[in-house]
Ligand binder design. Structure first.
Ligand SMILES: Nc1ncnc2c1ncn2[C@@H]1O[C@H](COP(=O)(O)OP(=O)(O)O)[C@@H](O)[C@H]1O
Ligand SMILES: [Mg+2]
Length: 252
């Protein structure tokens, strides 16, 4: 049987005494769109950092397509793509240069045609020779997605890809995410726009204070509420039932 695209087993990440990710166990099947939800500070970005090799888990194991992300780092690194939460564009490069550099960093053979196709897909073609710093916020965000795809990752992490992106662009990005999935890419998405998860996700996990509260099919998650409730209401109820915000216990 094929291994899962992602398997986290009892993953913990501490910063000093602080436990940012607390014994998270999770599997994502190949071809799924998985939405990882949770309030600010829940540990989503930290968990993604552990999976993508930006941070080392304090304990627990993580496998990507059956390979350990610490021991088989080279293999897993090329299997994953990450659209980071922070816009980390290269101000002095043009979009086409950014993609070519990224492709080289990922150890791919130079493939200008592929880079050009990505620019067309993400509506950046007309700006291919512009300085990245002159692009609009939405274009920078799309360039980040294109960069994450340059080495054709099988597992793609989108960490709040639509933060600050207008409705129209958000919907365009959703279409791209669906196309990627249809082409066989497994996708893990974090988002604050719960309608995004409602719209796209096959399964949903809710992280709170570093702990995974629930993992369910989208439909099972929606069935927790009344028929007129949106995912947003269900999510807020889940978080409230789980206790106060981290750090809030100490306040008077
Ligand atoms: N490098 C770090 N050092 C110390 N604390 C950190 C570090 N990175 C994240 N944290 C803390 O870990 C918690 C989880 O952060 P993060 O993973 O960014 O949450 P999310 O992405 O769900 O908003 C937060 O309380 C954050 O302040
Ligand atoms: Mg985050």
């Amino acid at each position: 049987m094929a291994p899962p695209a992602l398997r986290c087993h009892e993953v913990t990440k501490r910063f000093g005494e602080f436990v940012a990710v607390d014994r998270v166990s999770l599997e994502v099947a190949p071809g799924e769109i998985f939405a990882l939800l949770g309030p600010n500070g829940a540990g989503k970005t930290t968990l993604i950092g552990c999976i993508t090799g930006l941070a080392r888990p304090t304990s627990g194991t993580i496998e990507v397509f059956g390979q350990d992300v610490v021991k088989d780092f080279r293999a897993t690194r090329t299997a994953v793509g990450l659209v980071p939460q922070e816009l980390n564009f290269d101000p002095f490069f043009t979009p086409i240069e950014s993609l070519q550099i990224q492709s080289g960093l990922m150890g791919c053979e130079p493939d200008r045609a592929r880079c050009e196709r990505l620019l067309k897909t993400f509506a950046l073609w007309d700006h291919r020779e512009a300085y990245t710093r002159h692009l609009s916020g939405g274009m920078k965000r799309r360039l980040l997605v294109a960069k994450a795809l340059v080495h054709q990752p099988k597992l793609l992490f989108l960490d709040e890809p639509t933060a600050g992106v207008d409705v129209e662009l958000r919907k365009e990005l959703w279409d791209e995410v669906r196309k990627l999935r249809d082409a066989g890419t497994t996708i893990v998405l974090t988002t604050h726009y719960l309608e995004e998860a409602e719209e796209l996700a096959d399964r949903i996990g809710v992280l709170h204070q570093g702990r995974l509260l629930v993992v369910e099919d989208r439909d099972a998650m929606m069935a927790r509420g009344t028929p007129d409730q949106r995912l947003e209401d269900i999510f807020v109820d889940l978080i409230r039932a789980a206790g106060p915000r981290r750090g809030a216990e100490a306040s008077p």
